[in-house]
Design a protein around this ligand. Structure first.
Ligand SMILES: [Zn+2]
Length: 435
């Protein structure tokens, strides 16, 4: 029985792992790569025949884990996609939205979209919802259980028993004590473990410090400098975290008078879905803008606005318009609240670029840039090691995935030192024997 690392090996996007028992092939994740031309080219070809895949197991709804599902279906995959109930609800808005962005990109740049809205809709018919803790048998030789990963709504750790082997995939693990979601469920044993390592080499600031920094950024920009705050945010997860934190800070009287705009139809839809599953403290003076006209009206606001928009790494969507209007103004601030992958516009701004290109135009960066790491929906180094420390015995194999190389190797070394386990960072495309 073989496991192939088809994505998120030495990188954070494009999660995709193929299990091949000889008699059966299935995928864990089918994620889209993000970050530039090379990533876009890789998204266009699968290193396997989609029609040979029996089913897909999905940890959570983020596009870098789910975003190629419509293309998989369009190219001949005929089986079900299993995911938690909330993940299925979120995909119902996220995949058509991703398709819409692909169609718009194709229109602008020429060529075929990666997939169409119609293909995304067809893909949604393949989703089959499971509950946390429920055992699913997608095939007579496979049993799967979804356990709460505490990363975003519906996110899961996958416990997969295939043949005699217990395979555990951490998915994206959340940081304990994070708003909106539960803490990651402890897992006690695995023969083969795949663990994410986005922050394998770093610790986050604690939540109290993070709230201080966030409150400072808003007060400094809105009250002192009389500018706007732009927050690039994943529509799903992070936007709801921000709203929850803003509600809490407003209730404590720690924010100035402001008008908040959630300018992403997907973020609005994801917030509605979240409210069906969890409670959020209400935010004063928040507007959810739907139409393009409403979104464009925000461009005229010179001061006092907190604009939360997607995409989280500034690669597409309405955020790019808000950056175009606010980046050149020194009284404004861009507040980054999530990980910015190498090659993305967000990363260039965080890394201190003086000018960036947006919609074919040179835009000077004069706004103040804040990076608030403590809000990450990913477990930091200590939290990853804490979660790993709950295993009762060493897995026979531990594969450190979903991280940039420095982060993955740092976590691998820490696992070897602290636990004495056999841990490796897989290479892109590498196949390993599971038996
Ligand atoms: Zn994620």
């Amino acid at each position: 029985m073989k496991l192939r690392f088809l994505g998120a090996a030495g990188e954070v996007t494009g999660s995709c792992y193929l299990v091949d028992t000889g008699a059966l092939r299935f995928l864990i994740e089918c994620g889209m790569r993000q970050g530039g031309r090379q990533a876009r080219a890789l998204n266009r070809r699968f290193d396997f025949a989609p029609r040979d895949i029996a089913f897909v197991l999905l940890s959570h709804a983020h596009i870098d884990h789910s975003g190629l599902l419509p293309r998989l279906v369009a190219q001949g995959f005929g089986g079900p996609v299993h995911a938690t109930r909330a993940t299925c609800e979120l995909l119902g808005v996220m995949l058509p939205d991703a398709a819409h962005l692909q169609e718009k990109d194709a229109e602008r740049e020429g060529g075929e979209p990666l997939y169409t809205v119609a293909q995304a809709q067809q893909c949604l018919e393949r989703l089959q919802a499971v509950d946390y803790g429920e055992e699913l048998r997608p095939h007579p030789s496979v049993r799967v259980r979804w356990r709460d990963a505490g990363h975003i709504l519906g996110s899961a750790i996958l416990e997969i028993r295939v043949g005699g082997t217990q395979l555990v995939f951490s998915g994206d693990l959340g940081q304990p004590g994070h708003p909106v979601v539960e803490d990651p469920a402890p897992i006690r044993q695995a023969d083969v473990l795949l663990v994410e390592s986005t922050y394998g080499n770093r610790n986050h600031k604690n939540m109290a410090q993070t709230l201080d920094e966030f409150a400072f950024a808003l007060n400094d920009t809105l009250a002192s400098k009389k500018g706007n705050v732009v927050i690039p945010s994943f529509a799903v997860g992070r936007t709801q975290d921000i709203l929850s934190i803003m509600g809490e800070l407003q209730r404590a009287g720690r924010l100035p008078k402001l008008d908040a705009y959630v300018d992403s139809p997907m973020a609005s839809a994801a917030t509605r879905i979240t409210l069906r599953h969890a409670q959020l403290p209400p935010v004063d003076r928040v507007r959810f803008t739907e139409s393009t006209e409403d979104s464009m009206q925000i461009n005229a606001i010179r001061a006092g606005a907190v604009i939360i928009s997607a995409s989280g790494m500034c690669e597409g969507g309405r955020i790019r318009h808000h950056l175009r209007y606010n980046l050149p103004r020194k009284e404004c601030a861009i507040v980054f609240v999530g990980f910015q992958a190498a090659g993305t516009l967000g990363r260039r701004i965080v890394d201190g670029a003086k000018r960036v290109r947006i919609h074919g135009e040179e835009v000077p960066v004069r706004a103040k840039v804040f990076t608030i790491g403590g809000l990450s929906a990913h477990a930091d180094r200590d939290a990853l090691l804490g979660w790993l420390g709950k295993f009762r015995r060493a897995p026979a194999q531990t594969w450190v995935v979903h991280g940039e190389p420095t982060a993955s190797y740092a976590l691998r070394d820490a696992i070897r030192e602290r636990f004495g386990w056999r841990a490796e960072v897989p290479g892109q495309g590498q196949a390993v024997d599971l038996t």
